[in-house]
Write a protein that binds this ligand. Sequence first.
Ligand code: GLC
Length: 432
Amino acid sequence: MKLYNLFISLFLSASFLSASPTEAQEWPTQENLQARQTFSDNKFGIFLHWGIYSMFAQGEWYMNNLNLDNKEYAKAAAGFYPARFNAKEWVSAFKEAGARYICFTTRHHDGFSMFDTQYSDYDIVDATPFKRDILRELTDECKRQGLKIHFYYSHIDWTRDDYPAGRTGRETGKDPAKADWNSYFNFMNNQLTELITNYDPDAIWFDGYWDQPDTFNWHLEEQYSMIHKLKPECLIGNNHHVTPFAGEDIQIFERDLPGENTAGLSGQSISRLPLETCQTMNGMWGYKIADQNYKSVETLIQYLVSAAGKGANLLLNIGPQPDGELPSAALERLKGMGEWLKVYGETIYGTTAGDVPARPWGVTTRKGDKQYVHILSLQDNSLFLPVTSKVKKAVVFDTRKPVSFEQTKDGLLLKLGEIPQSTDYIIELTMK
Ligand code: GLC
């Protein structure tokens, strides 16, 4: 092993310690740790909620929210023909936006599979006139363009009788007498095996754990070790809204930055795993025609920066239209973010949280001997930072103009002068 590799390995094992599948082999393996590091470095991903629910244009919970009979709902599949879907255009737009990975809904709570599965006919190839394997096209394109691809996979099913209905999907016409956990569990594991062996994803992103009572046994350890046996570097995340379980490689937060809990789903403590926050661009995950309330480019950039300042990735959602196009409002946001990241990406990608924890004025990120002070909102002309390690140099990131500073044993006083109007005014500190 080269000295450099040895150093990287030691660093990785120290930074992402975690419990692991009950394997005799050493866990996490080197390739798993490397995948976690790459994930963490990538910082920005695009979440895609797309399925036959998009046709109703009311978001992905439509079947449950209106208590629709699943057999009536399923008829939408025969009309699903997203004529304008073009994987190359999508992935190019994500790449231009500065995203380094995407996470795609392979099967959401409605139970419809967006890939060619041999374990059900309720899928994009067998049940729609479109007949194209959307997941295959997207995955291939991501690999071609160098983006990582993550698969969202719901543990819930509002259509299959064998999934024992939990808190949701109680009025969707399932036959409770046919609930059969073993059969459902086998079905999921068969599909997951198919997904990993046929499509080679970089991560599986689970959702729906919260549908069952706390006492319910999801047999996650078995499922996780099956996945890791098939592909050790395939990361596992679970949007269960609690502290990570053994075998998970990343920790997910929904609609909130780690440590914040405005949406009520993120009271859990923060682990040492790589972190990811998923957030909507408007207010919905799946396409909702009435929701045009898109966050501004500035808000989204500041959210990405704030996530990075907490050491977390941002997984930013888009709900593609039923015709296969991305909403133009979303494309415009992507463009704005890409333009910003082209200039300032260096202060985001590959960073960890900086020495100063998030503050009302902004956050800090760190990479090597550099710390980036991201000022998102500040009324004053100077800024005190409790940075005690020695600072050698401070410059405005944009202009490279020196910033004068004083450092005492208590910290660092940056004398900024008038701060120009900016989405994120960045001061670069070079540490000794
Ligand atoms: C929630 C919702 C789901 C969405 C997910 C994304 O768990 O049930 O519709 O996919 O959040 O984070």
